[in-house]
Design a protein around this ligand. Structure first.
Ligand code: GUN
Length: 296
């Protein structure tokens, strides 16, 4: 391995500390804590783990965590009623409905009910629209976290060739938008892209977000490129146990790249840190208090 490791865990820890300090400041100025409400419907074990760690991180950052667990057979009407109650609650600055939702509940319908100014996930179409026309809103946490890691590593991204592999609404599309806004030249590649390895090989910056374990191998990478691996895939390893791997084959890619994020410990920890950041930003905006958002 010759690439530098991009330590997302350490960067996320720093961001969480900063958010915690600003959150204390917020409490002094506003006379209340900033608050994040998380709604979990059903019993999905992975979602339960995520929600628990979000709650803990929120409290550790000096903010209130409001958690709502709803049964697997909750109706869309009942879930929407909960979201509307949270929209109206002045102590709630951020609302997150944990995805995926159980069968029978339409994610787009539910997300559309969230007040866009409390949509700290950045999933509401109003926020997708704001991002696409350059208005202030909320940007999805994972791609914003990736951008922070890239700027920390590379500084100015102007003129860099960036390839985003994957075109999801949650990662690929907003990532491409953020890189474009940062003056990179951006290609969105996906499952139908012709000569995908050659396309990726042109890139100074590769963001892999396809959900296919170890798909991007070292021979796809331009020597010295910066590689951001968004994938979190659980696979069984040789010894019969399971392990987490990214969408990038770390072993071969880290021999060629200039810098690379590991899995775990790369992009993953950034998502919760940015969620806390977005919640705090929402709190300041909602109280009309000034905050240098770009410094966070
Ligand atoms: N499920 C897994 N990650 C996320 C996330 O960032 N936001 C929401 N709402 N659901 C998720």
């Amino acid at each position: 391995m010759s690439a530098a490791l991009i330590d997302g865990k350490a960067f996320a820890e720093g961001l969480r500390q900063k958010v915690g300090t600003y959150a204390e400041e917020f409490e002094k100025k506003a006379g209340r804590k900033a608050g994040l409400a998380v709604v979990l419907v059903g019993e999905d074990p992975a979602s339960q783990v995520y929600v628990r760690s979000k709650g803990k991180a929120t409290v550790a950052a000096n903010m209130n965590s409001f958690e709502y667990k709803m049964d697997d057979d909750t109706s869309e009407e009942a879930l929407i009623a909960k979201v509307e109650e949270l929209n109206a609650d002045p102590n709630v600055d951020g609302i997150l409905v944990q995805l995926p939702l159980p069968k029978g509940l339409d994610e787009q319908t539910v997300i559309a009910t969230i007040d866009p100014d409390k949509d700290v996930d950045g999933f509401h179409i109003i926020n997708a629209g704001r991002l696409s026309v350059g208005q202030k809103g909320f940007v999805p946490c994972t791609p914003l976290g990736c951008l922070m890691l890239l700027k920390d590593r590379l500084g100015d991204l102007s003129g860099k060739d960036a390839v985003v592999v994957g075109r999801s609404n949650i990662v690929g599309k907003p990532m491409a938008q953020l890189l474009t806004d940062a003056n990179a030249t951006v290609t969105i590649a996906h499952s139908r892209t012709k000569d995908l390895p050659e396309v990726v090989k042109r890139a100074d910056i590769v963001v892999a977000a396809v959900g296919r374990p170890e798909m991007v191998t070292g021979d796809w990478i331009k020597p010295g490129a910066t590689v951001i691996d968004v994938g979190i895939n659980r696979i069984s390893s040789e010894d019969g146990k399971s392990k987490l791997v990214g969408d990038v084959d770390f072993e071969s890619a880290s021999d060629v790249a200039g810098a690379i994020t590991p899995v775990p410990g790369g992009v993953g920890p950034m998502t919760i840190a940015v969620l806390l950041r977005n919640t705090l930003v929402s709190a300041y905006r909602r109280e009309g208090l000034s905050l240098d958002e770009d410094a966070l």
